[in-house]
Design a protein around this ligand. Structure first.
Ligand SMILES: C[S@@+](CC[C@H](N)C(=O)[O-])C[C@H]1O[C@@H](n2cnc3c(N)ncnc32)[C@H](O)[C@@H]1O
Length: 177
């Protein structure tokens, strides 16, 4: 079994997709979808959980809640299972703001803001990384690695697929939780 936590508008076939919101513009036919907080999902675990995926989700949880989520993943995953996360990369936003150079593509709602004082475009994007769309926490590579290590994971792979986000694959350490 594979699960996709905080699937938002991108539920995936072949996964149990979990989100506390059902988006009216999304077609959920053909995918498995649980509407509710991930902590309330009661799986009938007839098969091992081989993958937990959470794209652009971890930063929506406050610091301690994020660690609790990672522990939840650890408890759910089979020993050979994998955790796949993507999060905005705080360091990219910090660097852009310091340099006054905007390399991160603007999200649609921010495109109208750069001309508006008092903030420069890169400052607007930095603020978006911090607070945008309900973010409660931000991570750079070392913070993400530390959170994973602290909750019993080892990092198998870490990429920057698009210059704005971190994509990490991790595996549970045996015996830790
Ligand atoms: C930024 S969206 C990411 C959507 C999708 N994964 C993507 O990459 O486009 C974060 C999603 O997490 C959901 N969410 C936040 N907290 C949640 C929770 N405790 N349980 C379930 N879903 C939650 C929100 O409803 C939202 O749809």
């Amino acid at each position: 079994m594979r699960i996709n936590v905080g699937c938002g508008r991108r539920p995936l076939p072949g996964y149990v997709n979990i989100d506390r919101c059902r988006y009216p513009d999304v077609d959920y036919s053909g995918v498995e979808f649980y509407e509710g907080d991930y902590r309330e999902w009661q799986p009938a675990l007839t098969e091992p959980v081989t993958e937990v995926r959470a794209d652009q989700f971890l930063e929506h949880l406050a610091r301690e809640d994020g660690l609790a989520f990672l522990r939840w993943c650890h408890g759910l995953l089979a020993p050979a299972g994998t955790l796949r996360l993507t999060v905005p990369d705080l360091d990219v936003h910090l660097r852009d703001m310091r340099n006054g150079a905007q390399t991160v593509p603007l999200p649609p709602w921010l495109r109208s803001l750069p001309a508006q004082p008092p903030y420069r475009p890169e400052e607007n994007v930095f603020l978006f990384a911090l607070y945008g769309e309900g973010h409660c926490m931000v991570y750079n590579e070392s913070m993400l690695r530390a959170a994973l290590s602290h909750t019993g994971f080892r990092v198998l792979d870490l990429q920057r697929p698009d210059g704005a986000n971190l994509a990490v694959t991790a595996a549970p350490n045996a015996g830790a939780s």
